[in-house]
Design a binder for this molecule. Structure first.
Ligand code: HEC
Ligand code: HEC
Ligand code: HEC
Length: 434
């Protein structure tokens, strides 16, 4: 080997070493020293503020196992990459975050790095919480530290190789963690800007309502709130592509977010129910209204397409009726109409809702409508919404397809879903996730 070759090789080696050191310095995050004893006690006003940030952020929804103590962790979250367990965020010193300084908490919420330097998975929506103002973050910390410590160790998250190598998340963050602050729009109202902040930061609405790429990161830009997925449910688009048959107004959005139901759109079902129950129904009314103001402006250009049924439609066209087997219509009449009748009769249970307004009937896929029929409404956003029995055990696949097809074609006046039978059998055969 010539001297020149030698030099080149040494040069390359040094360059590689520098890159690796830089990478290590970038990826490696120090442990932040534990603190002992409770932090300085906070004032009433700050605690209240912190409680509202926590409610808007739905911490308790993800950080509580079924039947478990609030915020003690252990909820199994199924992701396309495997099951991630939420952690104990009560101030217990050993099993929770009781020994976390504000600095450690702030780093975890803004950069997804735990106190001991461990990288966290973005199933924890730090990509949104990173936008919280300093004041909100401090209040949130004070509030969590004022709650009851619970001694509880959640199950350990074990994702398959290579995702079990948590430092890889440093690369993910480099690509997808956008920490730029949310810039208020000068030409918009205070309410609008407040709504933007609540929706994007604590509310993390896009975590479910935006589509994601192959690496599990939300798509941005025009894809913001353009429709996503959550726990097997479709989270409909909330922007101008919103599929709702009636355009969303500010008032309808407010009622839906505040009460979990509105006549012109129906109920907050599936994973949206806890968002309302633990979040938008509990925060100050002015905050719920601000979200409605902001979201209504996004949906403002929504065009209730000419192919969609409109609110003045009085009944199905004869031609559509002819395509529907009378057996499906009869089944719908006997199993469903008691609660879902149109006309002036009394509400039998909860809200009496005209199903032709249900967004679930206007989506590209039948999943939400099928889930409603198979599983009913067991945990509504509020008890005034009412309950619906699941028909999983009383109707067979053929019958479920029949009533769903009836709602889709007759009540909503849409073309049949071509993959309906497959979706019904897939959802029925999923591990029943109560
Ligand atoms: C969508 C579900 C979800 C929501 C909502 C959520 N979290 Fe989490 N959080 C998680 C998961 C899952 C983890 C564990 C991630 C991991 O193991 O990598 C986590 C981890 C954390 C951690 C790190 C704790 C530790 O011991 O490492 C903190 C702190 C935290 N969350 C605080 C909060 C707060 C405060 C809120 C509300 C403002 C909140 N989370 C809302 C799912 C959620
Ligand atoms: C955990 C996932 C999740 C989060 C977080 C979430 N949503 Fe939803 N959202 C859904 C799902 C699923 C539906 C469909 C529910 C149904 O069909 O009953 C939905 C429905 C809605 C609807 C009704 C859409 C329609 O056309 O019927 C609105 C409005 C809405 N969400 C607003 C919000 C706002 C505002 C936030 C943030 C504060 C939010 N969502 C956060 C999952 C979520
Ligand atoms: C015991 C009363 C009851 C019966 C019987 C019943 N439902 Fe429901 N259903 C409800 C309630 C309450 C809700 C939640 C409030 C709402 O959305 O109307 C609901 C919601 C729904 C929704 C979601 C509507 C939305 O808000 O987007 C669909 C779809 C639905 N039901 C279909 C059916 C079908 C199909 C049947 C018959 C197989 C049926 N229901 C039988 C009470 C009932």
């Amino acid at each position: 080997m010539t001297a020149r070759h030698h030099k080149t090789w040494i040069g390359i080696l040094i360059a590689l070493l520098v890159v690796m050191l830089a990478l290590f310095a970038y990826v490696w995050q120090p442990e932040i020293d534990p603190v002992e004893g409770p932090p300085a006690s906070a004032g009433e006003e700050q605690l209240l503020r912190g409680r509202n940030v926590a409610a808007t952020g739905n911490c308790v929804v993800c950080h509580t196992a079924p039947g478990g103590a609030p915020n003690a962790g252990g909820l199994a979250m199924k992701t396309p990459f495997g099951t991630v367990y939420s952690t104990n965020i009560t101030p217990h010193p050993e099993t929770g975050i009781g020994s976390w300084s504000f600095e450690a908490f702030d780093r975890s919420m803004r950069r997804g790095i735990a106190r001991d330097g461990t990288y966290l998975y973005p199933a924890f929506p730090y990509t949104h919480f990173t936008h919280l103002t300093a004041q909100d973050m401090e209040a949130l910390y004070a509030y969590l530290m004022s709650t009851e410590p619970v001694n509880s160790v959640p199950p350990e998250t074990k994702l398959p190789f290579p995702l079990n190598i948590r430092p890889l998340m440093a690369g993910w963050n480099l690509l997808f963690l956008d920490r730029d602050p949310i810039e208020p729009a000068a030409e918009k109202s205070d309410d609008w800007n407040r709504g933007l902040y609540l929706t994007r930061a604590a509310g993390h609405c896009a975590a479910c309502h935006s589509p994601r790429n192959a690496l599990g990161a939300e798509k941005k830009g025009d894809n913001f709130l353009a429709g996503g997925e959550a726990q097997g449910w479709i989270a409909p688009a909330l922007n101008e592509d919103a599929p709702a048959p009636v355009p969303w107004s500010e008032k309808a959005l407010f009622d839906y977010l505040r009460h979990g139901f509105v006549d012109s759109h129906g109920a907050a079902g599936g994973p949206m129910a806890p968002v309302v129950r633990e979040g938008t129904s509990r925060i100050p009314e002015s905050d719920t209204r601000a979200m409605a103001v902001y979201l209504a402006s996004l949906a403002a250009n929504q065009d209730a397409g000419s192919t969609r049924s409109t609110s003045d439609q009085t009944g199905p066209a004869q031609s559509v009726l002819a395509q529907v087997s009378t057996a499906d219509a009869r089944l719908f009449a006997s199993a469903c109409l008691g609660c879902h009748h149109a006309g002036d009769g009394p509400a039998v249970f909860g809200e009496r809702f005209e199903l032709r307004f249900s967004t679930s009937l206007y989506l590209d896929d039948p999943d939400n409508a099928v889930r409603y029929v198979l599983d009913g409404v067991q945990e509504p956003a509020s008890s005034s919404v009412g309950y619906m029995p699941g028909f999983r055990h009383s109707l067979n696949d053929h019958q479920v397809s029949g009533v769903v097809n009836y709602m889709r074609t007759v009540l909503a006046g849409q073309d049949e879903w071509s993959d309906l039978a497959d979706v019904v059998s897939r959802i029925r055969n999923e591990a029943a996730g109560d």
